[in-house]
Design a binder for this molecule. Structure first.
Ligand SMILES: Nc1ncnc2c1ncn2[C@@H]1O[C@H](COP(=O)(O)OP(=O)(O)OP(=O)(O)O)[C@@H](O)[C@H]1O
Ligand SMILES: [Mg+2]
Length: 371
């Protein structure tokens, strides 16, 4: 549906220096899918979205929707933003101050090319206002809304248009945790129900994992990895992705041998010999960094059967309600281990740790990408 190919967008800053905000970004979004651009502040998410919308003029690349090219540096094509008929919610949400809530959401429908009766507009607007929890405020002046309410109004307005492509830039960033969670469910339901093809921008990993069909993790203007939420979380390709999405432990080691089973290697580490998986081929003597999530390390008081076992000393315990986080010193480094709150262990105790071999993932060190 949407195809972005080798997109490059530069800015010139106030000192006349060139900022390569987006470099060689390529991805595809299928019809009805929600695709997320995830990455830290300044990595180029908004710039990518604005380039798709036609609000920035890229330096190079191609953007096509349903086979129609809306931007191509090679063909010299640039379709004006209003001709692309995409719905967009901006990071700094723009609501119209001289209108009330209902009028704000109804405006795109009233001026749109599709002729709709007043009654049909009313029904549709009230439905989207209900979705975002604003139907009771339909008559209120838009400027009298809180930040979070304005953000929901901006979302309602974009949804009312049922655009062929919905571009959302951090649409839930100003909501409190509870409301954000509710809106996350609502958005997922609506997106699914209406089959809206959506590009979603966020720096919130949980939002990305919960909402997306596919995620592109960005760093310093480039896409580092594209995959399903599960791929990204369970099979991070490089250190940056493993670290940015979720929390993880890194353990350095040297490859001793490959195992019979595909992609599995035996590594010498400070915690002893560990089995780990690697998507790329490794040979004996290679230096390797493995990543293992805190919930993929089992903590026991008795020595467990199987591979990848080591001992450690409990240094700190943090109670987080749904789980306990342990800081455990093992092999001269601190490991974060996440357990069910019923686990009874005290600080200073020696415990056994077992790292699931299929969850010990060898990651590559990111090459220097900073401009
Ligand atoms: N108008 C501009 N002029 C110059 N540089 C800009 C401009 N807009 C963005 N940049 C720079 O381009 C880079 C990418 O910015 P962008 O807004 O796309 O980041 P982002 O990933 O959306 O970040 P955030 O999560 O903070 O919103 C940053 O280094 C930023 O400083
Ligand atoms: Mg941004």
């Amino acid at each position: 549906m949407l195809k972005v190919d080798a997109l490059c967008t530069d800015y010139t800053d106030a000192h006349g220096r060139l900022v390569h905000a987006v470099q060689e970004v390529s991805f595809e979004v299928g019809t009805g899918k929600l695709f997320t651009l995830l990455g830290p502040s300044g990595c180029g998410k908004t710039t990518t979205l604005r380039s798709i919308a036609g609000l920035e003029r890229p330096q190079a690349g191609t953007i096509a929707v349903d086979g129609t090219v809306v931007y191509s540096s090679a063909q010299g094509v640039f379709v004006a933003p209003n001709k692309r008929s995409f719905g967009m919610v901006f990071q700094s949400y723009a609501i119209w101050p001289h209108m009330n809530v209902f009028q704000n959401a109804a405006f795109p429908l009233e001026v749109g090319s599709r002729r709709m009766t007043k009654q049909a507009i009313r029904e549709k607007v009230m439905r989207v206002l209900h979705t975002v929890g604003l139907e009771e405020l339909a008559g209120r002046e838009a400027t009298d809304l809180s930040g979070g309410q304005q953000q929901r109004l901006a979302l309602a307005r974009a949804l009312a248009m049922e655009p062929r492509l919905l571009l959302l830039d951090e649409p839930l960033s100003n909501l409190d945790a509870k409301l954000r969670e509710r809106m996350r469910f609502e958005l997922k339901r609506l997106q699914h129900e209406l089959g809206l093809t959506t590009v979603y921008v966020t720096h919130d990993q949980y939002e990305a994992l919960a909402l997306s069909h596919e995620i592109a993790v960005m760093n310093a203007g480039r896409i580092v990895q594209i995959g399903t939420p599960r791929d990204i979380y369970e099979r991070p390709r490089d250190k940056f992705v493993a670290d940015f999405v979720g929390s993880t432990n890194f353990i350095e080691g040297t490859v001793v041998a490959s195992e019979n089973c595909a992609h599995r290697y035996r590594m010498q580490t400070a915690l002893g010999v560990l089995l780990a998986e690697s998507a790329s081929r490794l040979t004996s003597g290679d230096h390797a960094l493995l990543s293992v999530r805190p919930e993929d390390i089992a903590l026991t008081l008795n020595v467990p059967a199987g591979d990848n076992v080591c001992t450690g000393i409990v240094r700190a315990i943090v109670f987080l309600g749904e789980f306990l986080d342990f800081q455990i010193e093992a092999g001269g480094q601190m490991l974060l281990v996440r357990c069910h709150p019923t686990v009874e262990v005290v600080a200073g105790q020696t415990v056994y740790l077992q790292l699931s071999p299929e969850k010990c993932i060898v990651v590559t060190e990111p090459t220097s990408r900073w401009k």
